[in-house]
Write a protein that binds this ligand. Structure first.
Ligand code: E4P
Length: 217
């Protein structure tokens, strides 16, 4: 499963890319507002940090304007993925951008039938939101499993990009049910590695090694 980082904070992103384990980045209008920077500048900066896919979301909701915005965003760098909402206009825009060989990420997906329509529109990625479903007492992970089964049954190549991830357990479960990508907030990415027994065990090994007075080099 590929790892994308869900942020427009370039300092956090740099730390994550430095691990060598991150494959791309996703942003959304809320993350851009939180970063407090010029949208196109941030996307250009992120695209220089990685050759991997960088999702940049359109701001309009009507077909004609989304198509224009999508083309502007795609011109920023070759690795921009245009993010579009799961509406009829969004799907129509997705079909047109796909026909122009522009990569797309259809976002705000909450049902398998929505994901099916996005695949029919040729989306490169579908973004089902796990955490926001869990918040309503529903099962976000079940949605990931349903989309996986639907896409596999019909041979759709759209990649399942699990979004709205809130915990390390979400990430692990996404990998188990077969998501192609998980887009992870930096705070959750940092937690993926941590286990107290790893940290305590390493402390003990360091102390015991020092007590031997030896050196490997
Ligand atoms: C996906 O691309 C979205 O940017 C994101 O995962 C939404 O997460 P949230 O529900 O925590 O806002």
């Amino acid at each position: 499963m590929k790892i994308f980082i869900d942020t427009a904070d370039t300092a956090e992103l740099k730390k994550a890319f430095d691990t060598g384990l991150v494959d791309g980045c996703t942003t959304n209008p809320s993350l851009i507002a939180k970063a407090g920077r010029d949208f196109k500048e941030v996307i250009a900066e992120i695209c220089k940090m990685t050759d991997g896919p960088v999702s940049a979301e359109v701001a309009s909701t009507d077909y004609e304007t989304m198509l224009k915005e999508g083309r502007v965003l795609a011109d920023i760098a070759q690795n921009v993925v245009v993010k579009l909402p799961l509406t009829w206009d969004g799907l129509k825009t997705c079909s047109d951008l796909t026909a122009d060989n522009i990569k797309t990420n259809v976002t705000l997906c909450f049902t398998a039938q929505q994901a099916w329509l996005a695949a029919k529109a040729g989306a490169t990625y579908i973004s089902p939101f796990i955490g926001r479903l869990d918040d309503l007492g529903m099962d976000g992970m079940e949605l990931i499993a349903e989309i996986r089964a639907l896409y596999d049954a019909h041979g759709y190549e759209t990649e399942v990009l699990a979004a709205s991830i809130r915990s390390a357990a979400h990430v692990k479960d996404c990998a188990i049910v077969g998501a192609d990508v998980a887009t992870i907030p930096p705070s959750v990415f940092n937690k993926l590695l941590y286990h107290p027994l790893t940290a305590n065990g390493l402390d003990a090994f360091e102390k015991d090694w020092a007590s031997t007075g030896q050196s490997i080099l």
